[in-house]
Design a binder for this molecule. Structure first.
Ligand code: SAH
Length: 227
C-alpha cells in the first residue's frame, strides 16, 4: 500500500500546514512570531484532524477555519491551535491542563508534545466522546473529565502549562494558582460579542505574573456551572 492509500488525508494535512505557515507570517507583527516551532508543526502533521470533526465534515477537516462538533460548539481553526500550542513552549516532560476539551483535537496535539495532559469539558456527552476518541487513537497520556474548568483540576495541580480554549470574561484565579512557577497560561479573555484578546500569562520563579496580549480572537464562551 502506498502512503496515500494508508492516509487519504495526508495531502490535505500538508496543505493545512502550509496555510498555518502563511498565516503565522501574516500575523507576525501582532503575535511577535514569524514562525512556529518545528516540534509544534510536526505534532499538527501527525494528528488526524478528520477523526475529530462531526460525521460528514471530514472533507473540510483540514480547511483553515473552525468547524462544528455538535452541541453548538466548534473545533478551533488550525492556525489558532498551532499558535496557542506554540505559545505554551512545552517541554517533553510537561504536565498540561486544558479547559474546553470539545472534540479532543487540541488535547491530542498537546498529547503529542507533553508527558501528561488533563482536559476538562463542561458538556458531558462531548467529554465522553472526546475521551473515547482519544483512547481509540492511542492517546494514553491524555485524561478527560467533565466539569466546570473555571476551578481547574486541583487534584492534578500544579501544571507546567495551562490552555483555555473558550472565551473567558476574566482570568480564573484557580488557574493562576495551579500554575507552577516558570509556567505559562494561554487564555482568550473578553466578551463574546466583541471577541477576545489572546493572553499569555507567565508566572516567574517568585510567583509573580506578567501578561502579554498576543492577538484578537473569537472563541465560544467559557460558561459557568450553575449548580
Ligand atoms: N479545544 C476544543 C475546542 C474548544 S470549543 C477542540 O480542540 O475541539 C470550547 C469548549 O469549551 C466547548 O466544548 C465548551 O463546551 C467548553 N467549555 C465552555 N465552558 C467551559 C467550562 N467552564 N469548563 C470546561 N469546558 C467549557
Amino acid at each position: 500500500m502506498n502512503a496515500e492509500a494508508q492516509d487519504p488525508y495526508a495531502v490535505q494535512r500538508k496543505a493545512m500546514l502550509s496555510d498555518i505557515v502563511a498565516l503565522t507570517r501574516e500575523t507576525r507583527f501582532e503575535t511577535g512570531r514569524a514562525a512556529l516551532s518545528e516540534r509544534v508543526m510536526a505534532a499538527l502533521g501527525r494528528v488526524p484532524r478528520h477523526r475529530f470533526v462531526s460525521p460528514g465534515e471530514e472533507r473540510n477537516a483540514y480547511d483553515n477555519r473552525p468547524l462544528p462538533i455538535g452541541h453548538g460548539q466548534t473545533i478551533s481553526q488550525p492556525f489558532i491551535v498551532a499558535l496557542m500550542t506554540d505559545l505554551l513552549d512545552l517541554k517533553a516532560d510537561a504536565k498540561v491542563l486544558e479547559i474546553g476539551t470539545g472534540s479532543g483535537y487540541q488535547a491530542a496535539v498537546l498529547g503529542e508534545l507533553a508527558r501528561e495532559v488533563y482536559s476538562i469539558e463542561i458538556i458531558v456527552p462531548l467529554a465522553k466522546e472526546a475521551s473515547a476518541r482519544l483512547a481509540a487513537l492511542g492517546y494514553r497520556n491524555v485524561t478527560v473529565r467533565s466539569g466546570d474548568g473555571y476551578a481547574g483540576w486541583p487534584e492534578q495541580a500544579p501544571f507546567d502549562a495551562i490552555m483555555v480554549t473558550a472565551g473567558a470574561l476574566d482570568v480564573p484565579p484557580a488557574l493562576i494558582a495551579q500554575l507552577k512557577p516558570g509556567g505559562r497560561l494561554v487564555i482568550p479573555v473578553g466578551p463574546q460579542w466583541i471577541g477576545q484578546e489572546l493572553l499569555v500569562i507567565e508566572k516567574d520563579a517568585g510567583g509573580k505574573t506578567a501578561t502579554r496580549k498576543v492577538l484578537a480572537v473569537r472563541f465560544v464562551p467559557l460558561v459557568r456551572d450553575r449548580q
